[in-house]
Design a protein around this ligand. Structure first.
Ligand SMILES: NC(=O)c1ccc[n+]([C@@H]2O[C@H](COP(=O)([O-])OP(=O)(O)OC[C@H]3O[C@@H](n4cnc5c(N)ncnc54)[C@H](OP(=O)(O)O)[C@@H]3O)[C@@H](O)[C@H]2O)c1
Length: 260
C-alpha cells in the first residue's frame, strides 16, 4: 500500500514534487503543511489534496514526511513535532547535515535527498544519503536514484542539480542565437532543448565510450562540430565549468557551516 506523504515546506520545489507524484500510476495520499498558504491552496485545489491544520498534524498523519523548507528554516521547522518510530523524514534542503536533522526528528529516521524540478516529468536524478527503502521507492517514481554512503560524496554529487539549472541558460543562449539568425522562436527553443536532451541520452546509452572518443567521433577535420568546438575552447566556454561547479560546491559548504 502507498504510504501517506506529508510535506512541510510547500513552496517552489514542493509544487513540482507534488505534480510528479500526482502523475504516477498510483498517486499516493499527500498531506500538505498550511505554511506557504497560497501554494498549498493551489495544489489542494488542483489535485484534491488535504491541507493539514498544522505541521504537527502533517507528521501525525503521514508515514513519510518531505522537508522542503529553505535550509535556514529546516531545523526550526522540524523541532517539537510528534515524530514516531518507523516514520521517514526526507530532507530536500541543500547543505543541511544529516546529524542535526536526525537529532531534530528522533525517533523517526532522517535521510537527505536533492531532487530537481524535473521530478514533475519523472526525470529527476535524485541523490540519496544514506540508503533508505522509503525514500528510494518514492524518488524512483520521479526519475533515477543515486545512493551515497558518505555525506561528503553525497554533497559533491548533489551539485548535478546546479548543472541542470545552469543549462537552462545554456539552452537560452543557443536558442537565442538560432532565433537571431532567423529561426522562429518556438522552433529555436525546441531544437536547442531536444539537441541537449539527445546528447544526454546518447551518453547514457553508451557507457562503453569514453568522452574523448565521443567528442572525436564528431569533431573530425573539416566538420562544423570542430569549427564550433574550437571557438568554444578559445572563448573559455568549456573551461569555465570546473570553476562554476567549484563555486557552487563552496557555496553548499558555506550553507552547511551556517546551519550547524
Ligand atoms: N527550488 C529548487 O529548484 C530546488 C532544487 C533542489 C533543492 N531545493 C531545496 O528545496 C528547499 C526549498 O526550496 P524552494 O525553492 O522550494 O523554497 P521556497 O519556495 O521558499 O519554499 C519554502 C517553503 O517553506 C515554508 N516554510 C518555512 N518555514 C516553515 C515552517 N516552519 N513550517 C512549514 N513550512 C515552512 C515557506 O512557507 P512561507 O511562505 O509560509 O514562509 C515556503 O512555502 C531548499 O532547501 C532548497 O535547498 C530547491
Amino acid at each position: 500500500m502507498n504510504p501517506t506523504i506529508g510535506i512541510i515546506g510547500v513552496g517552489h520545489l514542493a509544487g513540482y514534487i507534488v505534480a510528479g507524484l500526482m502523475g504516477t500510476e498510483s498517486p499516493p495520499r499527500v498531506l500538505l503543511s498550511p505554511r506557504g498558504a497560497a501554494n498549498a491552496a493551489r495544489l489542494s485545489e488542483k489535485y484534491g489534496l488535504d491541507v493539514a491544520e498544522s505541521n504537527d498534524a502533517v507528521v501525525d498523519g503521514s508515514d513519510v514526511v518531505l522537508l522542503v523548507t529553505r535550509p535556514d528554516d529546516l531545523l526550526t521547522a522540524v523541532s517539537n513535532l510528534p515524530w514516531r518510530e518507523g516514520q521517514t523524514a526526507i530532507s530536500l534542503a541543500a547543505g543541511v547535515a544529516l546529524s542535526g536533522l536526525q537529532n531534530g526528528i528522533a525517533p523517526a529516521t532522517a535521510v537527505r535527498t536533492l531532487p530537481i524540478t524535473a521530478a514533475k516529468i519523472h526525470e529527476s536524478p535524485t541523490c540519496l544519503f544514506p540508503e533508505n527503502a522509503a525514500a528510494r521507492a518514492l524518488f524512483e517514481q520521479l526519475g533515477s536514484v543515486h545512493v551515497f554512503d558518505d555525506e561528503e560524496t553525497y554533497d559533491l554529487a548533489s551539485i548535478q542539480g546546479v548543472v541542470f539549472s545552469v543549462f537552462h541558460a545554456g539552452i537560452q543562449s543557443i536558442a537565442g542565437w538560432m532565433e537571431e539568425s532567423g529561426l522562429d522562436k518556438d522552433t529555436a527553443r525546441e531544437l536547442a532543448a531536444r539537441a541537449l536532451r539527445a546528447t544526454g541520452g546518447m551518453v547514457l546509452a553508451h557507457p562503453e565510450n569514453d568522452f574523448d572518443s565521443m567528442v572525436a567521433e564528431y569533431a573530425t577535420d573539416g566538420t562544423l562540430t570542430l569549427a564550433a568546438l574550437q571557438e568554444l575552447r578559445k572563448n573559455g566556454g568549456l573551461s569555465g565549468w570546473p570553476e562554476a561547479l567549484t563555486a557552487a560546491l563552496n557555496r553548499n559548504r558555506e550553507v552547511a557551516r551556517d546551519t550547524l
